[in-house]
Ligand binder design. Structure first.
Ligand code: CUA
Length: 350
């Protein structure tokens, strides 16, 4: 259930993505243990380990009795008659019915209490929204226009409720450290809540196979103090200087684009960003590209309008060679953000 976490993803899996391993090592598990608990939902752990121990106990008991009987009462010669004609034993059958019944009733009561705790959201919970798309997460903060992608900040000790929605296919919101997991079904809202109890960084996974880059659809949750939270660390956009704009553009790339677009010319789901702009003397100008629009091939010069259209309406013009690639529209990116992305693209010019 909550036991499986990727420990060491292959290096090639996340060439440019957020650093998978840094700072989160204590969260990963070994030998079927649960990951480190960082929320108030400790019933999950108690029930998990109770079930685990009960299963091991009965596995050893039943398999042991079977193996013992196979050896002890085996037929030793071909003509040996049956050793016993006993067909049942009422006291024994009552025991092996009543004891397991009591054990599963304990499991039921424990699990029911735990699921009630997960159902009733405290009235002081902050309400966030998480939007899942192929293949990234967009987080909305309560009463805050700034959003963040693939990185999330919550305050320690403060209940957090998440309204979950999908823009395309089935995904699942899985925070192993908080012991919460919920499928996100397109066309309907789901919700989960938890109270983080440990400062630090934690994995958020998509736990439902959602297409080609499902394995790259993870995010990092920062649990921070009230003071750090009040600083709104998710709002990192800055285009006050050209350098800041490039950095902001790069961070948008890292959070939204890296899973489908390389910056080194290699071919991923979508075209590489390297070469979108090229050096011409000491100028950086848009390159010419072959695209398919309305079924016909045409040549465009890469500029703000083309990039903006490709971000907001990826189907309008599709790069030749990528006709079958499907991109999620990123309609929430505004002109300033797109200009920052272009400033970053220009640093890749050759
Ligand atoms: Cu989204 Cu798997």
């Amino acid at each position: 259930m909550f036991t499986t976490l990727i420990q060491d993803p292959p290096a090639a899996a996340t060439p440019q993505g957020p650093d998978y391993a840094t700072g989160i090592a204590t969260e990963t598990d070994k030998w079927g243990q649960l990951t480190k608990l960082a929320s108030t939902f400790d019933d999950v752990d108690g029930l998990f380990y109770f079930t685990y121990v009960v299963c091991i106990f009965f596995f050893v008991l039943i398999t042991g009795a079977l193996l013992y009987s196979v050896v002890r009462y085996r037929r030793k010669t071909y003509d040996q008659p049956a050793a016993s004609n006993v067909t049942h034993n009422t006291p024994l059958e009552v025991i092996w019915t009543v004891i397991p019944l009591l054990i599963v009733m304990v499991m039921f009561a424990w699990g029911f209490k735990g699921s009630l705790d997960m159902t009733y959201v405290p009235s002081d919970a902050r309400q966030y929204k998480a939007t899942a798309s192929q293949w990234n997460w967009l987080f909305h903060y309560p009463n805050d226009p700034a959003k963040s992608r693939n990185e999330l900040w919550v305050e320690i000790g403060k209940p957090a409720e998440f309204l979950l929605e999908s823009t395309d296919v089935l995904h699942a919101f899985f925070l192993p450290s908080q012991r919460v997991k919920r499928d996100i079904v397109p066309g309907r809202y789901q919700s989960v809540w938890f109270t983080p109890t440990e400062l630090g960084e934690f994995h958020l996974f998509c736990a439902e196979y959602c297409g080609l880059d499902h394995s790259k659809m993870y995010a990092k949750m920062h649990v921070v103090t009230a003071e750090e939270y009040a600083d709104r660390p998710w709002d990192t956009f800055d285009d006050s200087t050209p350098e800041a704009a490039i950095k902001s553009g790069e961070s948008i790339y890292q959070s939204a684009c890296y899973s489908c677009h390389s910056v080194d010319g290699s071919k991923l789901t979508g075209p590489s960003w390297k070469g979108l702009f090229e050096k011409s003397g000491d100028q950086i100008v848009g390159a010419k590209r072959e695209v398919i629009a309305g079924g016909a091939t045409q040549t465009v010069t890469v500029d703000f309008d083309y990039i903006k259209e490709s971000i907001h309406d990826p189907e309008a013009k599709k790069a030749v060679g990528y006709e079958n690639a499907n991109m999620t529209p990123f309609k929430d990116l505004n002109d300033r953000q797109i200009k920052a992305v272009i400033a970053y693209m220009k640093t890749l010019a050759q």
